[in-house]
Design a protein around this ligand. Structure first.
Ligand SMILES: Nc1ncnc2c1ncn2[C@@H]1O[C@H](COP(=O)(O)OP(=O)(O)OP(=O)(O)O)[C@@H](O)[C@H]1O
Ligand SMILES: [Mg+2]
Length: 361
């Protein structure tokens, strides 16, 4: 039995009363399952429908059509049973200003009928770096600390299915790492995790499988490894101080001084570097790296990997269509043009700048 099952979920928000606007289809026939024990990523740009889908899952909002099951329990028909199995960290910071942190967690335990929960509450406080804030009033906490409390609240009844809607937005680097270690440990112990995030590096590092939503529709559904393999190119990355020739600027992703260009083969890399030389420009710190999740995401959202209005892509569609090109060995280029960094990162730990997508939230 899947941990979560979305079955043809549709959500339409009516047009605002008195306005001239149209009804909005926030979710359009969304169907996929998340199996027990998976670490699953739900990705998509702002407004794609991620929070709407999670609100329906959590019973906070009603689907216009379709069904959602949590471990076999319909979230509408069987609300209490479904809800008990879920721990949801909401995207919005909502909290009761009259409680201190420990009281808030005790109250939440009571809500789920869990008694004598102080040991687990202490472990949560420790793991989330909140131990010294246990007696602080919720109003006295910083934004990042409030988010940690929301995570603790979601986990207070040890739910088998953990749903995190941008749990690391506004959370500092150190705590992000602690938080992920903690969630990864829970996942290893068998908890299913559904995560939405705009930090695609985090998703790439953590999730075994992902779905991408775009305007309420599933546009990719795949194992992470297959998705990365399906990327159409490697990426040539360098720093430059001047404006690029228009031929390159049109294809490039530019973040300040950093330029990233998709390169399908060695010849393309040569062309790009030649164009830079001919324009009399100086590129520094040249690297070639494998495409990462952010590249794939931009490809998919840009419609490159999509075939019109066809069915949602799955792993097979992604690895069979024209979107797939084997990563060409561009590393063999050295000696031609400026020296390439032999240690150019090959994915994983590559240094990545906060580019458009990462910076959204
Ligand atoms: N209560 C509501 N009434 C009307 N429209 C809504 C409501 N909630 C969400 N929407 C609309 O539904 C669409 C999906 O919103 P949703 O919050 O699910 O996006 P999201 O993928 O979570 O985005 P983000 O990455 O910004 O959190 C958006 O166009 C949004 O404006
Ligand atoms: Mg959202």
């Amino acid at each position: 039995m899947p941990a979560i099952s979305f079955q043809s979920v549709t959500k339409t928000f009516p047009a605002a009363r008195g306005g001239t606007g149209q009804a909005l289809k926030a979710l359009d026939d969304v169907s996929f399952n998340i199996e027990e024990g998976e670490f699953f990523g739900l990705l998509g740009p702002n407004g794609a429908g991620k929070t709407t889908l999670i609100s329906i899952l959590a019973g906070l909002s009603r689907a216009t059509g379709g069904r959602v099951l949590v471990q076999g329990h319909d979230v509408q028909v069987d609300y209490a049973l479904a809800r008990r199995r879920l721990g949801v960290v909401p995207q919005e910071l909502v909290f009761d200003p009259f409680f201190n942190v420990r009281e808030a967690l005790r109250f939440q335990s009571g809500y789920f009928g869990v008694k004598h929960n102080d040991d687990w509450i202490d472990e949560l406080l420790d793991s989330l770096g909140l131990a010294d804030k246990a007696n602080a009033n919720m109003r006295q906490l910083s934004g990042g600390m409030k988010r940690r409390v929301l995570v603790a609240q979601a986990l207070v009844h040890k739910p088998p299915v953990i749903v995190l809607d941008e749990p690391t937005a506004g959370v500092d680097v150190e705590l992000r790492q602690t938080l992920w270690q903690f969630i990864a440990r829970l996942n290893k112990q068998g908890h299913t995790v559904l995560l939405t995030t705009h930090y695609l590096e985090e998703a790439e590092a953590l999730c075994g499988r992902i779905a991408m939503l775009k305007q309420g529709r599933v546009v990719a559904l795949s194992r992470m490894v297959d998705l990365l393999k399906s990327a159409s190119s490697n990426v040539l990355r360098f720093k430059i101080d001047s404006e690029l020739p228009p031929f390159l600027a049109g294809k490039a992703r530019i973040t300040g001084r950093i330029v990233q260009l998709p390169a399908h083969n060695a010849r393309e890399v040569e062309q790009y570097l030649a164009a830079i030389r001919e324009a009399g420009l100086q590129a520094e710190d040249i690297e070639i790296r494998k495409a990462d999740l952010e590249d794939v995401f931009l490809d998919v959202m840009g419609g490159k990997a999509l075939s019109g209005d066809g069915p949602p892509l799955d792993a097979k569609a992604l690895s069979g269509g024209s979107a797939v090109r084997e990563a060409t060995s561009v590393g063999a280029l050295s000696g031609d043009g400026p020296p390439l960094d032999a240690k150019a990162p090959s994915g994983g730990s590559a240094v990545r700048e906060a580019t458009s997508v990462g910076a959204i939230s």
